[in-house]
Design a protein around this ligand. Structure first.
Ligand SMILES: [Zn+2]
Length: 302
Protein backbone atom coordinates (compact mmCIF):
# COMPACT_ATOMS: atom_id res chain seq x y z
CA UNK A 1 0.00 0.00 0.00
CA UNK A 2 2.77 2.46 1.07
CA UNK A 3 4.80 1.49 -1.97
CA UNK A 4 1.84 2.35 -4.21
CA UNK A 5 1.26 5.69 -2.54
CA UNK A 6 4.93 6.45 -3.10
CA UNK A 7 4.59 5.42 -6.77
CA UNK A 8 1.69 7.85 -7.23
CA UNK A 9 3.60 10.66 -5.54
CA UNK A 10 6.74 10.02 -7.60
CA UNK A 11 4.65 9.86 -10.79
CA UNK A 12 2.99 13.17 -9.98
CA UNK A 13 6.40 14.69 -9.26
CA UNK A 14 7.75 13.44 -12.60
CA UNK A 15 4.66 14.83 -14.32
CA UNK A 16 5.15 18.25 -12.71
CA UNK A 17 8.88 18.30 -13.44
CA UNK A 18 8.48 17.18 -17.03
CA UNK A 19 5.78 19.77 -17.58
CA UNK A 20 8.05 22.39 -16.03
CA UNK A 21 10.74 21.51 -18.54
CA UNK A 22 8.32 22.11 -21.40
CA UNK A 23 7.72 18.46 -22.30
CA UNK A 24 4.45 17.03 -23.49
CA UNK A 25 2.18 16.96 -20.44
CA UNK A 26 -0.71 15.06 -22.06
CA UNK A 27 1.60 12.12 -22.88
CA UNK A 28 2.35 11.57 -19.18
CA UNK A 29 -1.22 12.12 -18.08
CA UNK A 30 -2.19 8.84 -19.79
CA UNK A 31 -0.33 6.92 -17.05
CA UNK A 32 -2.34 8.38 -14.17
CA UNK A 33 -5.59 6.35 -14.69
CA UNK A 34 -3.42 3.24 -14.96
CA UNK A 35 -1.80 4.00 -11.63
CA UNK A 36 -5.21 4.53 -9.99
CA UNK A 37 -6.46 1.29 -11.55
CA UNK A 38 -3.40 -0.54 -10.20
CA UNK A 39 -3.99 1.02 -6.77
CA UNK A 40 -7.64 -0.16 -6.69
CA UNK A 41 -6.60 -3.64 -7.79
CA UNK A 42 -3.98 -3.78 -5.04
CA UNK A 43 -6.54 -2.67 -2.39
CA UNK A 44 -8.98 -5.36 -3.53
CA UNK A 45 -6.17 -7.93 -3.36
CA UNK A 46 -5.31 -6.93 0.23
CA UNK A 47 -8.98 -7.14 1.25
CA UNK A 48 -9.27 -10.59 -0.34
CA UNK A 49 -6.13 -11.76 1.45
CA UNK A 50 -7.56 -10.54 4.78
CA UNK A 51 -10.82 -12.40 4.16
CA UNK A 52 -9.13 -15.62 3.19
CA UNK A 53 -6.90 -15.36 6.25
CA UNK A 54 -9.96 -15.10 8.46
CA UNK A 55 -11.57 -17.99 6.70
CA UNK A 56 -8.77 -20.34 7.70
CA UNK A 57 -9.85 -20.08 11.33
CA UNK A 58 -13.53 -20.40 10.56
CA UNK A 59 -13.10 -23.28 8.13
CA UNK A 60 -10.97 -25.53 10.30
CA UNK A 61 -12.26 -27.24 13.44
CA UNK A 62 -15.56 -25.38 13.23
CA UNK A 63 -17.65 -27.43 15.64
CA UNK A 64 -20.84 -26.08 17.20
CA UNK A 65 -21.48 -29.22 19.31
CA UNK A 66 -18.32 -29.63 21.36
CA UNK A 67 -16.81 -27.08 23.72
CA UNK A 68 -13.28 -28.01 22.62
CA UNK A 69 -13.01 -29.11 18.98
CA UNK A 70 -9.21 -29.15 19.09
CA UNK A 71 -8.71 -32.35 21.09
CA UNK A 72 -6.65 -33.92 18.31
CA UNK A 73 -4.75 -30.77 17.42
CA UNK A 74 -1.17 -30.54 18.61
CA UNK A 75 0.24 -27.07 19.04
CA UNK A 76 3.82 -26.26 19.93
CA UNK A 77 5.08 -23.38 22.02
CA UNK A 78 5.77 -20.55 21.54
CA UNK A 79 3.04 -19.42 19.14
CA UNK A 80 1.99 -15.98 18.01
CA UNK A 81 -1.46 -14.35 18.03
CA UNK A 82 -2.01 -11.19 15.99
CA UNK A 83 -4.56 -8.42 16.52
CA UNK A 84 -5.71 -5.75 14.07
CA UNK A 85 -5.83 -3.04 16.74
CA UNK A 86 -4.91 -2.61 20.36
CA UNK A 87 -8.33 -2.28 21.98
CA UNK A 88 -11.00 -4.71 23.06
CA UNK A 89 -14.55 -4.09 24.22
CA UNK A 90 -15.31 -4.60 27.87
CA UNK A 91 -17.37 -7.80 28.30
CA UNK A 92 -19.54 -6.14 30.96
CA UNK A 93 -21.09 -2.66 31.32
CA UNK A 94 -19.31 -1.92 34.58
CA UNK A 95 -15.85 -1.40 36.02
CA UNK A 96 -13.75 -4.59 36.07
CA UNK A 97 -13.51 -6.09 39.53
CA UNK A 98 -11.38 -9.21 39.18
CA UNK A 99 -12.44 -11.72 41.82
CA UNK A 100 -10.18 -14.57 40.73
CA UNK A 101 -7.30 -14.89 38.27
CA UNK A 102 -5.92 -17.55 35.96
CA UNK A 103 -3.90 -19.98 38.02
CA UNK A 104 -3.84 -22.57 40.75
CA UNK A 105 -6.89 -22.37 43.03
CA UNK A 106 -7.91 -24.65 45.89
CA UNK A 107 -5.91 -27.56 44.48
CA UNK A 108 -7.15 -27.29 40.92
CA UNK A 109 -6.55 -25.29 37.77
CA UNK A 110 -8.57 -22.13 37.17
CA UNK A 111 -8.22 -21.48 33.47
CA UNK A 112 -9.87 -18.05 33.24
CA UNK A 113 -10.27 -14.67 34.83
CA UNK A 114 -13.38 -14.06 36.95
CA UNK A 115 -15.00 -10.64 36.71
CA UNK A 116 -17.69 -9.58 39.13
CA UNK A 117 -21.19 -8.85 37.83
CA UNK A 118 -24.86 -8.96 38.84
CA UNK A 119 -27.12 -11.66 37.36
CA UNK A 120 -28.87 -10.19 34.34
CA UNK A 121 -26.03 -7.82 33.40
CA UNK A 122 -25.34 -7.64 29.67
CA UNK A 123 -22.35 -9.61 28.42
CA UNK A 124 -20.62 -8.42 25.23
CA UNK A 125 -18.20 -10.01 22.80
CA UNK A 126 -14.73 -8.59 23.43
CA UNK A 127 -13.75 -8.70 19.73
CA UNK A 128 -15.30 -9.21 16.29
CA UNK A 129 -15.97 -12.84 15.56
CA UNK A 130 -18.40 -15.69 14.99
CA UNK A 131 -20.33 -17.57 17.68
CA UNK A 132 -19.05 -21.14 17.68
CA UNK A 133 -20.70 -22.74 20.72
CA UNK A 134 -23.79 -22.00 22.78
CA UNK A 135 -24.65 -24.58 25.39
CA UNK A 136 -24.67 -25.96 28.88
CA UNK A 137 -21.31 -27.23 30.07
CA UNK A 138 -21.09 -29.14 33.40
CA UNK A 139 -18.59 -26.83 35.11
CA UNK A 140 -19.10 -23.67 33.09
CA UNK A 141 -22.90 -23.65 33.19
CA UNK A 142 -24.53 -21.71 30.37
CA UNK A 143 -21.65 -20.97 28.04
CA UNK A 144 -20.97 -19.05 24.84
CA UNK A 145 -17.76 -19.43 22.83
CA UNK A 146 -16.88 -16.83 20.20
CA UNK A 147 -14.10 -17.48 17.71
CA UNK A 148 -12.30 -14.36 16.51
CA UNK A 149 -10.62 -13.58 13.19
CA UNK A 150 -7.16 -14.40 14.52
CA UNK A 151 -8.18 -17.85 15.77
CA UNK A 152 -8.44 -16.81 19.40
CA UNK A 153 -11.58 -17.99 21.18
CA UNK A 154 -13.21 -16.28 24.14
CA UNK A 155 -15.41 -18.28 26.51
CA UNK A 156 -18.17 -16.57 28.50
CA UNK A 157 -19.34 -18.85 31.30
CA UNK A 158 -21.89 -19.06 34.17
CA UNK A 159 -24.37 -17.03 32.06
CA UNK A 160 -28.08 -16.78 32.86
CA UNK A 161 -29.28 -16.21 29.28
CA UNK A 162 -28.13 -16.59 25.68
CA UNK A 163 -28.82 -13.72 23.25
CA UNK A 164 -27.09 -15.30 20.23
CA UNK A 165 -27.21 -18.55 18.31
CA UNK A 166 -24.27 -20.48 16.87
CA UNK A 167 -22.84 -19.24 13.55
CA UNK A 168 -23.89 -15.64 14.26
CA UNK A 169 -21.35 -13.00 13.25
CA UNK A 170 -20.80 -10.62 16.15
CA UNK A 171 -19.10 -7.26 16.39
CA UNK A 172 -16.75 -6.12 19.11
CA UNK A 173 -18.97 -4.89 21.97
CA UNK A 174 -22.12 -6.63 20.70
CA UNK A 175 -24.52 -8.17 23.22
CA UNK A 176 -24.25 -11.96 23.33
CA UNK A 177 -25.91 -12.92 26.63
CA UNK A 178 -26.60 -12.11 30.26
CA UNK A 179 -24.35 -12.79 33.22
CA UNK A 180 -25.30 -15.23 35.93
CA UNK A 181 -24.34 -17.98 38.35
CA UNK A 182 -24.96 -21.25 36.44
CA UNK A 183 -22.68 -24.31 36.63
CA UNK A 184 -19.96 -24.71 39.24
CA UNK A 185 -20.00 -21.13 40.48
CA UNK A 186 -19.96 -19.38 43.83
CA UNK A 187 -21.94 -16.22 43.24
CA UNK A 188 -22.65 -14.26 40.05
CA UNK A 189 -19.61 -13.52 37.94
CA UNK A 190 -18.27 -13.79 34.43
CA UNK A 191 -15.74 -16.55 33.92
CA UNK A 192 -13.82 -15.27 30.87
CA UNK A 193 -11.55 -17.80 29.27
CA UNK A 194 -9.18 -17.30 26.33
CA UNK A 195 -8.23 -20.26 24.21
CA UNK A 196 -6.18 -20.73 21.08
CA UNK A 197 -6.61 -24.04 19.28
CA UNK A 198 -7.72 -25.69 22.49
CA UNK A 199 -4.98 -24.18 24.67
CA UNK A 200 -6.13 -21.96 27.53
CA UNK A 201 -4.04 -18.83 28.00
CA UNK A 202 -3.78 -16.49 30.99
CA UNK A 203 -6.13 -13.68 29.82
CA UNK A 204 -3.90 -11.09 31.52
CA UNK A 205 -1.07 -12.04 29.16
CA UNK A 206 -3.24 -10.73 26.32
CA UNK A 207 -5.63 -8.12 27.77
CA UNK A 208 -5.21 -5.37 30.29
CA UNK A 209 -8.06 -5.57 32.80
CA UNK A 210 -7.07 -2.56 34.90
CA UNK A 211 -8.79 0.64 33.79
CA UNK A 212 -8.17 0.77 30.03
CA UNK A 213 -9.55 -1.92 27.75
CA UNK A 214 -6.32 -2.38 25.83
CA UNK A 215 -4.64 -5.37 24.25
CA UNK A 216 -1.04 -5.62 25.42
CA UNK A 217 0.34 -5.75 21.86
CA UNK A 218 -0.78 -6.34 18.28
CA UNK A 219 1.55 -9.35 18.27
CA UNK A 220 1.53 -11.56 21.31
CA UNK A 221 3.75 -14.58 21.73
CA UNK A 222 2.47 -17.25 24.05
CA UNK A 223 5.00 -19.39 25.90
CA UNK A 224 4.08 -22.58 27.75
CA UNK A 225 4.07 -20.96 31.19
CA UNK A 226 1.45 -18.40 30.09
CA UNK A 227 -0.76 -21.33 29.16
CA UNK A 228 -0.20 -23.42 32.31
CA UNK A 229 -2.25 -22.59 35.43
CA UNK A 230 0.43 -24.25 37.63
CA UNK A 231 2.70 -21.27 37.06
CA UNK A 232 0.16 -18.80 38.40
CA UNK A 233 -1.83 -18.24 41.57
CA UNK A 234 -5.49 -17.25 41.29
CA UNK A 235 -5.22 -14.75 44.14
CA UNK A 236 -2.25 -12.81 42.81
CA UNK A 237 -1.42 -11.11 39.53
CA UNK A 238 1.59 -12.76 37.89
CA UNK A 239 4.56 -10.63 36.84
CA UNK A 240 3.33 -9.56 33.43
CA UNK A 241 5.72 -9.37 30.51
CA UNK A 242 4.87 -8.25 26.99
CA UNK A 243 6.26 -10.85 24.63
CA UNK A 244 5.75 -9.09 21.30
CA UNK A 245 8.83 -10.31 19.42
CA UNK A 246 10.47 -13.68 19.02
CA UNK A 247 13.71 -12.18 20.40
CA UNK A 248 11.91 -11.29 23.64
CA UNK A 249 10.59 -14.84 23.86
CA UNK A 250 14.12 -16.23 23.51
CA UNK A 251 15.43 -13.89 26.21
CA UNK A 252 12.46 -14.69 28.45
CA UNK A 253 13.04 -18.41 28.16
CA UNK A 254 16.67 -17.99 29.16
CA UNK A 255 15.73 -16.49 32.52
CA UNK A 256 17.37 -17.98 35.56
CA UNK A 257 16.05 -21.38 36.58
CA UNK A 258 15.65 -22.17 40.25
CA UNK A 259 17.44 -25.09 41.87
CA UNK A 260 15.50 -26.98 44.50
CA UNK A 261 17.11 -29.28 47.04
CA UNK A 262 14.85 -32.14 48.10
CA UNK A 263 14.02 -32.22 51.80
CA UNK A 264 12.60 -34.96 54.01
CA UNK A 265 8.91 -35.56 53.31
CA UNK A 266 8.97 -33.88 49.89
CA UNK A 267 6.87 -35.26 47.07
CA UNK A 268 7.05 -34.35 43.40
CA UNK A 269 3.51 -32.99 43.40
CA UNK A 270 4.20 -30.98 46.55
CA UNK A 271 7.32 -29.40 45.03
CA UNK A 272 5.43 -28.69 41.80
CA UNK A 273 2.55 -27.06 43.65
CA UNK A 274 4.67 -24.96 46.02
CA UNK A 275 6.90 -23.67 43.22
CA UNK A 276 4.21 -23.30 40.55
CA UNK A 277 6.00 -25.52 38.07
CA UNK A 278 4.15 -28.33 36.28
CA UNK A 279 5.16 -31.87 37.29
CA UNK A 280 5.72 -32.81 33.63
CA UNK A 281 8.17 -29.90 33.31
CA UNK A 282 10.17 -31.03 36.38
CA UNK A 283 10.26 -34.60 35.01
CA UNK A 284 11.36 -33.47 31.55
CA UNK A 285 14.03 -31.03 32.74
CA UNK A 286 15.48 -33.46 35.27
CA UNK A 287 14.96 -36.59 33.16
CA UNK A 288 13.02 -38.37 35.90
CA UNK A 289 9.68 -40.19 35.95
CA UNK A 290 6.57 -39.17 37.88
CA UNK A 291 7.03 -42.35 39.90
CA UNK A 292 10.74 -41.80 40.60
CA UNK A 293 11.74 -41.86 44.27
CA UNK A 294 13.23 -38.56 45.39
CA UNK A 295 16.35 -38.66 47.56
CA UNK A 296 16.97 -36.16 50.36
CA UNK A 297 19.53 -33.64 49.14
CA UNK A 298 18.74 -34.32 45.45
CA UNK A 299 18.89 -31.20 43.28
CA UNK A 300 16.02 -30.49 40.95
CA UNK A 301 15.97 -27.83 38.28
CA UNK A 302 12.63 -26.05 38.37
ZN1 LIG B 1 -13.80 -18.76 36.85
Amino acid sequence: MKHLQRTILVSLLILTLQNGYGQDFSKNLIHLPNIIKKYKKQTAKIKKQKDSLSNIHFANNWDTIHFNPYRNTKISFPFEINFLDKTYASPIPRKHVVTSRYGWRRGRAHRAIDIDLITGDDVYSVLDGKVRYVGYHPGHGKTIVVRHYNGLETVYAHLSKYDVKVNTIVKKGELIGKGGNTGRSRGSHLHLEMRYKGIDINPEHIFNFKGKTTIRSKNIWVTEDWATPYYHISTRQSNLVTLDTFEKVTAYKKRKRKIYIVKSGDTLSGIAYKNHVPIRRICKTNKIRRTSTLKIGQRLIL
